[in-house]
Design a protein around this ligand. Structure first.
Ligand SMILES: O=C(O)CCC(=O)C(=O)O
Length: 272
């Protein structure tokens, strides 16, 4: 076993922490062992086969509108798996992720939401538009955020690994975003255009590795040009205070909530 792992703990180096704080993201190798990933994968695939019920729009396509036939989804998005499968709460990914987040962000952090994003094989259109997560979320005083993106499959440039534009987290203003597939009642995805001087970095990672990013770094991913799935399991942590404020607003990250989409948040013309 990797000497960075001790039970639920995973040791983050000073260099990795500095990379996260300065560039807005970091790649952490071997957060989970093969045995640990394989155990999570069993439940993950039950979600994909729809053996675990996920109601309404919490099972949707992030590369199309809500009306798309599930058989034709390009990026299967399962929102809030721990809500629909309580047996996942407290799993090894949640525990080890919490240890990472404490080292990157300090204490008083909580899971805000979890999510599965699976790109179907041979789907050039399984493109996740360039965005900053903050464009989707309410503004709150405590902006600490760490989103862990766990690779269930090796994630490569050919199957659509994560790409980041380093240091965009330190820009004063959020970029202007717009809905990608109709209005926000018809699909969830928001996107923004790259600027000529943006220099994206592709971050291929192995099964069991994570990338961790903050709420303001610009990121996205390309289509899947391979014969296999590109499966990711995501855990987003924000401060306990922020999560409390979100819930008071009725914002739970469920696409089924009335408060699931905040009108005007992050859209073109808004400055924050
Ligand atoms: O899985 C992807 O390709 C994109 C995920 C993403 O944007 C996120 O987790 O914030």
């Amino acid at each position: 076993m990797d000497d960075r792992i001790r039970g639920d703990h995973y040791r983050v180096t000073d260099g990795e922490r500095a990379h996260f704080l300065e560039q807005g993201y970091v790649h952490l190798r071997g957060l989970l062992t093969e045995t640990e990933v394989a155990e999570l994968e069993t439940t993950y695939d039950r979600f994909l086969r729809r053996e675990i019920e996920v109601p309404g729009r919490d099972y949707c396509d992030m590369a199309g509108d809500y009306g798309r036939d599930p058989e034709d989804y390009s990026i299967i998005n399962v929102m809030l798996p721990r809500r629909y499968h309580p047996g996942w709460r407290g799993n090894v990914f949640e525990r080890r992720a919490a240890a990472v987040v404490e080292q990157l962000c300090g204490d008083g952090m909580a899971i805000d939401y979890d999510q599965l994003l699976a790109k179907q094989p041979h789907r050039a259109d399984a493109v996740f538009a360039w965005h900053q997560d903050m464009a989707y979320w309410p503004d709150t005083p405590d902006r600490r955020t760490a989103t862990l993106w766990l690779a269930i499959d090796d994630s490569t440039e050919r199957n659509g690994c994560m790409r980041f534009v380093p240091d965009t987290n330190s820009e004063d203003r959020l970029r202007p975003h717009r809905p990608q597939f109709g209005d926000r009642g018809e699909s969830h995805a928001l996107g923004t255009d790259l600027r000529p001087d943006d220099t994206p970095v592709a971050v291929p990672i192995s099964r069991g590795d994570v990338t961790v990013h903050n709420e303001r770094v610009l990121h996205g991913s390309g289509g899947n040009r391979t014969a296999g799935f590109r499966r990711a399991y995501i855990l987003a942590f924000r401060s306990e205070d922020t999560v409390r404020i979100e819930r008071e607003l009725g914002f739970t990250h469920s696409h089924n909530d009335d408060g699931g989409v905040l009108e005007g948040v992050g859209l073109e013309g808004e400055t924050r």
